[in-house]
Design a protein around this ligand. Structure first.
Ligand code: COA
Length: 334
């Protein structure tokens, strides 16, 4: 008898955002912007931001504790921790190592994965393969971001700063022999467009970590060619959704929920329109949290599950696009 195929199922999810809320109106104090501009262009109404003394790992740990409680397991039962983030506590070591220590663990392996807004889906794929191969039984996957300290909160940085928020989402994946869990995944990257959405410095490029001139020119802040990114995001998301459906021999109709990255509500509306996805199947929470990069998908997943909208046995499709460019999609049965 051939042994049953091992799959990686979602055992529990968690979400954490710092308590401080910045509404669109509040931003008018630091920069030339308006609630109307932000809402119309992106759908965002408010975002959560950290206060001094808190970093990405703190958000990650809070969301991880919730996911562990939902999965009814202890930190000690985790075989591997993966943290997807573009806003690490330090350049090195990885934030995953800090999270491991804060969870009270001694030698559990921990790795960071840097694929920006697609980071959670890339991490899900890595976790899935570790579990399906039999190497690990339970993997904690976290998407966590504290963007607020790295944004330019002046009019110079307004096209980027108003779009982002801080938060974390976690998922405990565990081995199962039933038919649920992570199915087909597709991953893509195109470094040709790296400088369309990036933070250039500090970094080792051109042999210099950072100069005074880099600081003066604002190279420590993210820059984005908004319209260019928007256009690519819509095209690539629609493509990758079709691709992952085809990989599993499915159609849009057979998917119960679409959990898209939360970069801009207009991107998700356009993708839904192109693919003719019924609006009630597309979940969004960018209104409350802004773009939380690698954390957006696990945060939306947790919130939608806790609202009772996703039932065990239902199938969802996750898709993301972000800096790199990177883009990815996964089909998951809850
Ligand atoms: N408040 C007010 N005005 C602002 C502003 C702000 N926060 N940010 C930029 N503007 C101004 C610009 O200076 C520009 O003014 P100008 O026309 O006088 O030069 C104008 O608004 C730009 O408007 P427009 O180009 O029409 O904006 P847009 O419709 O392209 O929307 C984004 C801008 C950024 C919201 C949109 O391009 C976007 O969502 N891009 C993709 C974002 C994304 O997905 N990023 C992350 C990927 S993970």
């Amino acid at each position: 008898m051939t042994p049953a195929k091992i799959r990686a199922r979602i055992a529990g999810t968690g979400l954490y955002v710092p308590p401080k809320v910045l509404k669109n109106k509040d931003l008018e104090q630091f920069m030339d912007t308006s609630d109307e501009w932000i809402r119309q262009r992106s759908g965002i109404e408010e975002r959560h931001v950290i206060e001094p003394g808190v970093g990405t790992s703190d958000l990650a740990v809070e969301s991880a504790r919730q996911a562990l409680a939902a999965a009814n397991c202890t930190p000690e039962s985790i075989d591997l921790i993966i943290v997807a983030t573009l806003s690490p506590d330090h350049q090195f070591p990885g934030t995953s190592a800090i999270v491991q220590q804060k969870l009270g663990l001694e030698t559990t392996p921990a790795m960071d994965l840097r694929c920006q807004c697609s980071g959670f889906i890339y991490s899900l794929n890595v976790a899935k393969l570790f579990i399906e191969s039999g190497q690990y039984k339970r993997v904690l996957v976290i998407g966590a971001e504290a963007h607020s300290p790295l944004l330019d909160w002046t009019t110079r940085g307004r096209d980027v700063a108003v779009l982002f928020g801080d938060g974390a989402g976690s998922v405990v994946l565990e081995a199962t022999e039933d038919n649920t869990g992570v199915g087909a995944v597709t991953l893509h990257a195109q470094g040709q467009f790296a400088d369309r959405l990036w933070i250039e410095k500090p970094g080792t490029s051109k042999g210099v970590w950072m100069t005074d001139e880099d600081v003066q020119q604002g190279k420590l802040y993210p820059i984005m060619e908004g319209r260019y990114v928007f256009k690519h995001a819509v095209e690539r998301l629609a493509q990758v959704v079709r691709e992952v459906l085809e990989k599993e021999g499915r159609t849009i109709d057979s998917i119960d929920h679409f959990i898209f990255h939360q970069a801009n509500i207009r991107i998700n509306e356009k993708v839904a329109e192109l693919l003719q996805i019924p609006a009630h199947k597309v979940h969004n929470n960018i209104q409350k949290y802004g773009n939380c990069s690698a954390a957006s998908i696990p945060m939306l997943l947790d919130e939608t599950i806790r609202q009772g909208k996703i039932a065990r046995g239902q199938t969802m499709l996750m898709a993301a696009f972000g800096a790199g460019f990177t883009w990815a999609a996964a089909i998951v049965t809850y």
